[in-house]
Design a protein around this ligand. Sequence first.
Ligand SMILES: *Cc1c(COP(=O)(O)O)cnc(C)c1O
Length: 338
Amino acid sequence: MITTKAELENIVTLTDSEKAWFDDPSSLPLLISDHLAGLMCHEGIRRQFVPSVEEKDEAESLDPLAELEHSVSSRLIHRYGHRVALLTTDRCFSYCRHCFRRRFTGLDSGPISDSEIERAADYLEHHGEVYEVLLTGGDMFTLSDDRLERLLSALRRKRSDLVLRLCTRAPVSYPERFSDELMAIMEKHNEEGPMVLMCQFNHPDELSAESLDAVRKFTRLGIPAFNQSVLLRGVNDDADTLERLCVALLRNRIKPYYLFQCDLVRGTAHFRVSVDRGLEIEAELRRRLSGLAMPQYTIDLPEGGGKVILTENHLIGREDGQLIFTTVDGQERRYPEK
Ligand SMILES: *Cc1c(COP(=O)(O)O)cnc(C)c1O
């Protein structure tokens, strides 16, 4: 794992703005796994993991989604009625420079403790309306096999009906994590109740044979795989790159789910693409991709407004009891209001 400037300089020639980060580093540590270090020649990957002084732009908030306000404990965020996010750890196998949870990630809360596991399980027992739990962080797969086993057992013991959404970048950052021992734990708990894998591939160059093999270990168990990407300037902010990514994902049985607009998180301004440009890309993707390959372009609104989907509006007016639509090629069509 790469954690120092000297180690990083062994594999890439740092630019001035990358070098300058080390003079006054931001709170999100430098950590690049061996697997990703081997892929640093790909610009779209390097930009996601090599820090730059642009992160020092501190105009924005550390918690623009007001997650702290919606937290029911230090680990549990209950913002939407039927689903909760459990922050299982602050650790990852590599830190993404666009991390939206850097108020928490890579600091010092560490892995979830036994008492925190019990508290989360108790909360879910008393909130029968919740049918889905996002196991997130940090990256849940940085937990030891033993701790994962305890976490999954505790949740299943109280609520075997819960859908467990496994949110992870480990297939991208540390594909060797998915040992036979770990997959046996996954298999056992997937038999007790439903699990879904949620990956984050942002660029087609991340789809290495090892990463795809890691995902295949889940799909083979009958755990469906989805992907959420973040729209990132200089990484994937063009329709060609995203088209290649989404088609390759679908071919590998990974359903593109969300394409996120960057949150207004401190230190990530240099990754942001305007919403207008994002909508142009979305419209172009919709023309090129099958419905299955198409992700939903989504913005998580500031101040805890929650997620809303962004898409080209085809309903452009009403006249004489008729709705007026534009087709994808800009022609007009009418459909009765009632
Ligand atoms: C995004 C998010 C979810 C999941 O939302 P979906 O629309 O179901 O993918 C749940 N909880 C929190 C706090 C979230 O930010």
